[in-house]
Structure formats: structure tokens, C-alpha cells
Design a binder for this molecule. Structure first.
Ligand code: GLA
Length: 729
């Protein structure tokens, strides 16, 4: 049994293949955290709750209740009654006072996992996941809180979420509700997180955890370019193969907080949830609020194991798309090729040339609707611009299909341009504060997705276009963050709900879309990778990783992204040179090798690129056909990081059966007077004998991993090579 209850000791245990998580209940009913770490095989005990030490528990020593509350390792701390560390739940009562205290009431253990109403969430069959629901109550408020823990045995994951139910008679306000907490003794932890900006998303950063609170967060209405809903605490010296790692990742695409707090007693409280800034939820008697899910994992074998746990988990238990385990068409997107300056003829030219080289789909990006020839108009007017798309969309798609390519299209459904018919008709559909000129970003406002008629309009626009032609792919973009939070539809009391209601609106739209068009390949995008999170993966199997497609910039972006997310989810294209973001010129071959570590496609004007680059495309499309399955389904190993060494980058993907391993090496900068570079590879069976494809070189897995492999013959900057090892014995 992976989840059990020991009624004598009042201990709940959750076991996965390599980890155990223990929860203890005190005599008063406080729910405490005992242990999370390497798998325990034998009898478990509760002494780590330290209830035998001063200040004891409140029933033993009533005087010291505040000392107890401010020290005890809580599973789900509440605010206002004496635990001064970060709380996970703040409730304000009808008198306007904030205070809540939770006591264990009962529990349920069952196979499988419930859906979370209106939210993306992991799923699994009864034999794959077991769930523990701890039912807690605040008797004064009449509040029920269900703490839910789902243990995924194979992937070493615990998915946590929280539901708050008002069973009392007062109108309550939830002013803060996080989804998970982990109270632990400090082990000189370092905090690892992902930070970024537009065009340089998810760079890994790491540093000592100091006393006090350190957090990453977003209050921008999306998970954001800047910080990422991921946080790991690692012990000093943690690397790919050693060290303890505690990691949380939030299944949510809006405002979040991920925080670690080192306390006066050298304990650490790690929390994650919806950011409390501009959040407030009214909970009338009988109502329930469902907080989103946090994915929790522990690795006792370094970051590499954490990465592979997340990858397997998202592929097996989060992504629903039929494309999850299927080859994605090699697409060519016209954005960097033409920007807004295109028409039917130009698109057909691109399609015709692309077909010759093995490209399989044309994606028409921004600029096909309304009167949009720049980014300053027409969002909301989702009618085809027939001056550009002469003869209409259906005719264009038919011609592209005749050429032999599939067709995909770009939308930015959540937005409204001030210069649009939609805005002229419905100015109140934009998120704005009455009496204040709303801040524009990229010349646009955001639609009020809390409003049902807006959702209807938006959905109908997208669905109508999809019904009008043979469109198999949608790139769903979101190019600005939210500001001026005001809804002319919500009442005064409910304005604080807008951020969350907006995200629920996005989820409702995408849920409807993938239900009505189950075979659609949906790629999410947000000004590059500002909404690259597990929430979006529930709807789309891939997300555009960054607007920066420079091969060298991408090394760092893709290293950070793949720390958590499978390669199959990272939108990656071979793009034009000099690169449009940084002006760098890199070999076409290197651009291909880097894009191969993602979904693979092209974003350039194939009719204009240099002949020597063009010649490589058929080779690259063959390369994709050869490796797509391995890359999509395999185990990922980070071998060297250019971010750390400033000279070279290396990663490997091994098939689950270890019969083949593909190593990608990029020499970013050449070094004078140097020899070949030795790297310790990973991912092989140490007992196996592997041949390096296209050579007669043979190596044991053990030799490659323990003694190393030589990267030879590199001359110049930005050079790359693939090494395909095939097991022979
Ligand atoms: C965003 C996307 C780009 C492109 C443009 C179009 O920036 O990330 O790929 O689609 O919008 O406006």
C-alpha cells in the first residue's frame, strides 16, 4: 500500500518507489509534518514532531500555545492565531477579523485521484496513484479544509492540493490560500529557482538560503517570463547525480508565490500557491474554493533524478493531448520570415519550397485578421483580412494542403486592441479601472475573461475559424501581462477575484477547445515563454519556449526549462541569421541540433536563406524523423552546462531500455592550444557495449560514464555534433 494510516501512532504514510512522506496528528488534532525523504521500509515513528520537548503541545502546557504554534512543523499553517511564519490560509470572518485554526477530523484513502473542478490537474489510474484526503476543521468558523495528497508510485511524485469549504453560517473571505507547505529542519539549504525576462526565460539561479523569507513570484496575471512557479531546496554540493533535492512546481498559469523561509530555530518552511497580492475570494455558506495543485518531489540522487521524475510525471500524468506520444509535424512558421508583411502568394511560396525539403506544416502567424499590419490594431476582430489572404482562408488552406503541407494558425484570443471593432462596440469588455486610463502594453488591453459573454464571444471566434478550413494546429498566444485590475461586470466585493477568475476563464476556453477539437495540436505561447507551466501542459502538449531562437541563447533557456519539463514540450525552431534577438551568426547545423532538443521546426524565409543552409534542411528533417521518438520518450541527462563553464554544453537522451543514447555536444567557444575534452557521459547501461554510429568505435557503458568520452576535432565557435551510441551487447 503506498498510502497508509497507523491509527495507534496517528501517523499517515505515503510511499513512492524511492520516497516516503510522513504526517502525524497531535493529541489536539494539529496536523504535523514528520518526514519527507528517502524511502523508509520499516515501521515509522512520530518523534520528529518533537512534541516531547518544551514547549510541548498545547494540551500539556496551555501557557505556551504561541511558542508551540510558532515552532511546530505544520502541514498546512493558518494565519492569525500565533504561528508567525508564513501562513498558507488566511480567513477573515464577518466581523472583519482574520484568524483560523485547523484540527484533524477524519480522512479518506482511495485509489486514483479526483479531478479538480475548473482547474488543470494530474491524473492517474487506481494502480498508479493513491490519494489521501485529510479532513480538517476550524470549529469556530465552521470551515472545512481538505488537504489532498496523491502519491504517484513510479514517478516519485506527490501531488498536493487544498479545498476550502464554508460549512458555517458566516460570509467568509479567503484572503490567502496556498496549496502546499513543507516544514523541515534546515540542512544548509540552497535555493534553486528559474528567473528570466522576455527572450531569456528560465535561467537557473542558485544561492544560500538566508534567515528570513526568500521568494520568487508573479503578480502579472501569468506565470511570467520573469520568475517561474518552480522552487527547489538543495543541500550543498548537489549536482546532477548527488545531493538532496526538495522541489515544488505549481500547476497554475497565473499569479504565484514560491517561498522558502528560514526561521529563528533554523527550520525551513517552503510554500507555494496563488500569490496573495490582489487576491481575495468570497466564500458564502455552502460554497467551496479549490486551490490549484502543487507537484512535489524529493530526490536523494541530485537534480538529474528530480528532472527525470518531473519529465515522466508530466508525460504520463499531466499532458492529455493525443500528440503527447506522437510525432509532431515539422512546421515552418512565417513570423520571423515575414512579420506582418505577407499575403497568400508569399505563404504559398514558403509552403512550396518547404515541401521540397521535408517540412510538413505551414503555420500562419500574427497579421491575418482585421486590418492588422502592425501590432497596434485588430485584436478581437477575428475575421480574415481578404486583402492579404486573397480568396479567403479556406482557399489558402486547400492550396497548402494540395502542396502537401498541413496548416496551422495563430490566435491571441485573450486580447483586445483599442483600435478594433470589438473595442468600439464593447469598451467595457476590457479589464480597466473606471475613471483611470488603462495602461497599454504592445498597444493592447486584456479581455475580461471573468465575464461569461466574453468567453462565449472569444470561443465562437476561434471555433468559427477552425470550422471554416482544414486547420490542424493552433498557436495560442498571450502577449501582455495584466494591469488596471477592474471588471465592469464583477461587483465591488468580488474585484479581488478577478486575477483568478481570469485564469479560470483561460482554462475554460482551452478545455472547450480541446474537447470540441480533440485532434487539434495546440501550442501555447506568451510573448515567447511567459506561460510555460504545467497548467498549460494540461491543454497543450507543447509551449513556445522563447522568442529568442538563437542557438546559444537557447542553450541556457532550454537547460533551465528542461530541468523541469520534458523536451517534447519545448517549442524550438531553427531560425534566421543574424539572429533577430541578439544579432549572432551561428552555423545552420548547430541551430538544428539545438532545436532537435525540442519540438523542432523552422522560423525563417526558406525562399531567401543562403543556398548552403538550405541544402541542410532535408538532412535535418531526416534527422528529426530518426530521433523524434527517442527525444520525446527518452530519459534526459544533463552532462555539462555552458551557463556554468562558459565554453561548452552537453546533454544526452537515453531510451528507456538503454539500447540507444543520443549525446549532443556544443562547443560554444573554441580554446587555443587545447586537446580533446573529456566528459563523463550518463544514461548508459554500465554492463552494455555501445558502438558509436558511423564509426567502428566501441565503448562499454561503464567506461563512458566512469572514465569518460573524448569530444574531439572541434575547431571554431558555436560548433556542435550529435553522437549516437547503439547498444550491441
Ligand atoms: C509573440 C510570439 C511570437 C509571435 C508574435 C506575433 O511574441 O511569441 O512567436 O507569434 O507574438 O505577434
Amino acid at each position: 500500500m503506498s498510502v497508509y494510516y497507523d491509527g495507534n501512532k496517528k501517523i499517515f504514510g505515503l510511499h513512492t518507489k524511492n520516497t516516503s512522506y510522513l504526517i502525524g496528528i497531535t493529541p489536539e488534532g494539529y496536523v504535523g509534518h514528520i518526514y519527507y525523504g528517502d524511502r523508509l521500509q520499516k515501521e515509522t515513528e512520530a518523534y520528529l514532531l518533537r512534541t516531547e520537548e518544551a514547549p510541548y503541545t498545547p494540551s500539556v502546557n496551555k501557557r505556551e500555545k504561541s511558542s508551540f504554534l510558532d515552532f511546530f512543523p505544520m502541514e498546512f499553517p493558518t494565519g492569525g492565531v500565533g504561528d508567525y511564519r508564513e501562513s498558507c490560509l488566511n480567513i477573515r470572518n464577518e466581523d472583519g477579523c482574520m484568524g483560523c485554526e485547523l484540527f484533524y477530523e477524519g480522512h479518506e484513502i482511495f485509489g486514483g485521484k479526483k479531478k479538480l473542478e475548473g482547474l488543470p490537474a494530474s491524473f492517474g489510474a487506481e494502480e498508479q496513484v493513491q490519494t489521501l484526503e485529510l479532513i480538517c476543521k476550524d470549529p469556530v468558523l465552521g470551515l472545512k479544509v481538505i488537504l489532498s495528497y496523491s502519491a504517484f508510485e513510479e514517478e516519485d511524485i506527490i501531488a498536493r492540493s487544498v479545498q476550502v469549504v464554508n460549512e458555517g453560517t458566516q460570509k467568509l473571505k479567503i484572503e490567502k490560500v496556498y496549496s502546499a507547505c513543507l516544514d523541515m529542519d534546515n540542512e544548509s539549504f540552497e535555493m534553486l529557482s528559474l528567473h528570466g525576462s522576455w527572450a531569456r526565460e528560465r535561467h537557473i539561479q542558485q544561492g544560500e538560503l538566508r534567515y528570513g523569507k526568500q521568494m520568487v513570484s508573479s503578480a502579472r496575471g501569468e506565470s511570467s517570463h520573469q520568475e517561474h512557479p518552480f522552487l527547489a531546496l538543495v543541500t550543498p554540493g548537489t549536482g546532477q547525480q548527488q545531493g538532496k533535492v526538495y522541489a515544488m512546481n505549481f500547476v497554475y498559469s497565473g499569479n504565484f508565490i514560491a517561498q522558502a523561509e528560514r526561521t529563528q530555530f533554523d527550520m525551513v518552511r517552503m510554500v507555494m500557491g496563488i500569490h496573495q497580492e490582489e487576491f481575495c475570494w468570497n466564500l458564502k455558506p455552502g460554497e467551496a474554493f479549490q486551490a490549484p495543485e502543487v507537484i512535489l518531489t524529493y530526490s536523494g540522487q541530485g537534480l538529474g533524478k528530480m528532472t527525470r521524475s518531473f519529465h515522466d510525471f508530466y508525460r504520463n500524468h499531466m499532458i492529455r493531448s493525443p500528440y503527447n506520444h506522437k510525432k509532431r509535424p515539422i512546421l515552418i512558421n512565417n513570423w520571423e520570415a515575414t512579420y506582418f508583411d505577407f499575403n497568400t502568394e508569399k505563404l504559398l511560396d514558403i509552403a512550396g519550397e518547404a515541401k521540397k525539403d521535408g517540412i510538413e506544416m505551414l503555420v500562419m502567424d500574427d497579421g491575418w485578421f482585421g486590418k492588422r499590419n502592425l501590432d497596434d490594431s485588430s485584436l478581437g476582430d477575428w475575421q480574415v483580412n481578404e486583402t492579404k489572404i486573397t480568396g479567403g482562408l479556406k482557399a489558402l488552406v486547400e492550396k497548402v494542403n494540395e502542396i502537401g503541407l498541413e496548416f496551422g494558425i495563430w490566435f491571441e484570443p485573450e486580447m483586445i486592441s483599442p483600435d478594433s471593432e470589438l473595442y468600439r462596440q464593447h469598451p467595457d469588455w476590457a479589464i480597466q479601472i473606471r475613471g483611470r486610463e488603462a495602461t497599454q502594453s504592445r498597444c493592447q488591453y486584456v479581455l475580461d475573461l471573468s465575464r461569461p459573454e466574453v468567453l462565449e464571444y472569444v470561443y465562437d471566434c476561434v471555433a468559427k475559424i477552425l470550422h471554416s478550413a482544414n486547420i490542424v494546429y493552433v498557436k495560442w498566444d498571450m502577449n501582455r501581462q495584466l494591469s488596471d485590475l477592474g471588471s465592469s461586470w464583477l461587483d465591488r466585493e468580488s474585484q479581488g477575484e478577478l486575477f483568478h477568475r481570469y485564469v479560470l476563464g483561460v482554462y475554460a476556453l482551452q478545455e472547450r477547445l480541446v474537447s470540441e477539437f480533440p485532434d487539434l495540436l495546440l501550442e501555447n505561447c506568451s510573448g515567447g515563454g511567459a506561460r510555460f507551466d504545467p497548467g498549460m501542459l494540461y491543454y497543450s502538449p507543447q509551449i513556445w519556449c522563447s522568442d529568442d531562437a538563437d542557438a546559444i541563447e537557447r542553450l541556457v533557456i532550454q537547460e533551465g526549462t528542461s530541468l523541469v519539463y520534458p523536451l517534447s514540450t519545448m517549442g524550438a525552431h531553427v531560425s534566421d541569421c543574424p539572429n533577430h534577438s541578439v544579432g549572432r551568426v551561428t552555423p545552420f547545423e548547430t541551430r538544428g541540433h539545438v532545436a532537435l532538443a525540442g519540438t523542432f521546426g523552422y522560423e525563417l524565409d526558406i525562399t531567401k536563406i543562403p543556398a548552403e543552409d538550405r541544402k541542410l534542411i532535408p538532412e535535418q528533417t531526416r534527422m528529426y524523423h530518426k530521433y523524434h521518438e527517442l527525444i520525446r520518450e527518452g530519459d534526459y541527462y544533463r552532462i555539462a552546462s555552458y551557463r556554468e563553464n562558459h565554453l561548452y554544453d552537453c546533454w544526452a537522451v537515453a531510451s528507456k531500455d538503454k539500447k540507444e543514447v543520443l549525446v549532443t555536444y556544443v562547443q560554444v567557444l573554441g580554446v587555443p592550444n587545447s586537446h580533446s575534452r573529456k566528459l563523463y557521459l550518463q544514461g548508459f547501461d554500465p554492463e552494455g557495449v555501445y558502438r558509436l554510429e558511423d564509426t567502428e568505435e566501441r565503448y562499454t557503458g561503464e567506461m563512458l560514464m566512469k572514465a569518460g568520452f573524448l569530444m574531439r576535432g572541434f575547431w571554431g565557435d558555436f560548433k556542435s555534433r550529435l553522437y549516437h551510441f547503439i547498444r550491441e551487447a
